[in-house]
Design a protein around this ligand. Structure first.
Ligand code: SAM
Length: 349
């Protein structure tokens, strides 16, 4: 693909199906270098050579859903379940604050124990203790009123990967009681309420095709999210997809670059899953156009239980204690870890 084609994708912020197919399948090293360099240039133009950090608190692995890919799905009897109490969550934040984190991401399964009142209480206490910090929730599909209540309690951002924008693909990843329609409804509600919203998908999930990815990208363009979370699919042995193929780092990096060109201002994490499949996965993610990393702030005793997939890393660079190491690694590729809330560029706070 000539470099002008990549320039055109960059300037039009759009990609054709054939261009996508080419970029995901080619071995043309010049085309791939040009893709990566254009994506990095765009990220540098918007955010400079900065990497934002978010402290991830995986506060419950109970889940009422039964997604076929996920290690904490309801029907996985081998999962050792846990939930953190409000005080434990608040002390994770206090510890994270000391380490320099200014965004806390509370992620969990869809756990009915955490009622709206409990979530609102946790959010408002974090905001009261740390008024200069942003709170991101990633707790799944809820009625609009619940999202509104969390927002009113002070939540700033919400991550809800759409998982796939293709109806039939969605049906192959989830049981019949879940629907793409409801997932999309949630994302639009969150946006209307005023959250900074993140969608996303797994790269290399079973039954994914170039066409479903094309739909994902078009959906991302339409939603105009503030964040996009993509990472490789990694099988978990105790799920129906335990024997499926692993998503690749290469494909994830290509897609990170493409997404950076389509939505230049977006906050794009180099995810834990990317760090799990390759020791330099996250550095490579940054070099491909990502600008966020989310080290783990959960107490060490529970980290090994939030097992979405096999071999999930939980003691290396993803651990918040290793901030120095993270800084060193990012500096080695020319990037600086910053202690700032790191809102989406152009989003008035
Ligand atoms: N329950 C919330 C939700 O549905 O958004 C948040 C927790 S959920 C476990 C977070 C994300 O983990 C999902 O959106 C999914 O994309 C990712 N995930 C789950 N299983 C995975 C796997 N086997 N490989 C890679 N990512 C996975």
């Amino acid at each position: 693909m000539p470099a002008e084609k990549i320039q055109k994708i960059r300037s039009e912020r759009d990609i054709g199906r054939d261009e996508l197919k080419f970029l995901l399948e080619t071995d043309d090293v010049d085309a791939l270098r040009s893709l990566r360099e254009n994506a990095r240039e765009v990220a540098d133009e918007v955010y400079g050579r900065r990497v934002y950090i978010r402290g991830l608190i995986e506060f419950t692995n109970y889940c009422k859903n039964d997604c076929y890919y996920c290690g904490i799905r309801r029907d996985n009897r081998n999962a050792q379940r846990y939930r953190l109490g409000e005080d434990e969550i608040l002390s994770c934040c206090a510890h994270g604050y000391e380490l320099g984190f200014r965004t806390f991401v509370l992620q969990g399964g869809e756990d009915p124990y955490f009622t709206d009142d409990k979530i609102c209480s946790i959010v408002s206490k974090i905001k009261k203790n740390h008024p200069d910090c942003a709170v991101t929730l990633s707790i799944g599909e809820k009625p609009r009123e619940s999202y509104q209540a969390y927002f009113d309690a002070g939540a700033d951002r919400f991550l809800l990967r759409h998982e796939t924008a293709d109806q039939s693909h969605y049906g192959k990843l989830h049981p019949a009681e879940m629907s793409l329609e409801n997932r999309m409804r949630c994302l639009w509600d969150l946006k209307e309420i005023g959250y900074q919203v993140g969608c996303g998908f797994m790269v290399g999930s079973p039954y994914q095709t170039i066409d479903t990815i094309y739909e994902d990208l078009q959906f991302i363009r339409k939603l105009g999210p503030h964040m996009v979370g993509i990472g490789p699919f990694i099988p978990h042995k105790d799920t129906p997809f335990g024997k499926e193929k692993l998503g690749t780092m290469d494909m994830t990096l290509r897609l990170l670059s493409i997404i950076r060109l389509l939505v230049p201002n977006v906050l794009l994490p180099a995810t834990t899953a990317l760090g799990t499949i390759h020791p330099q996965g996250r550095e490579k993610g940054i070099m491909a156009g990502a600008n966020v990393v989310m080290p783990n702030l959960s107490p060490l005793s529970v980290r090994e239980k939030y097992l979405l997939y096999d071999n999930k890393i939980s003691t290396g660079m993803e651990a918040a204690e290793c901030r120095d190491d993270l800084e060193k690694r990012m500096r080695s590729i020319g990037y600086e870890v910053v202690t700032a809330r790191g809102d989406c560029a152009g989003f008035a706070v």
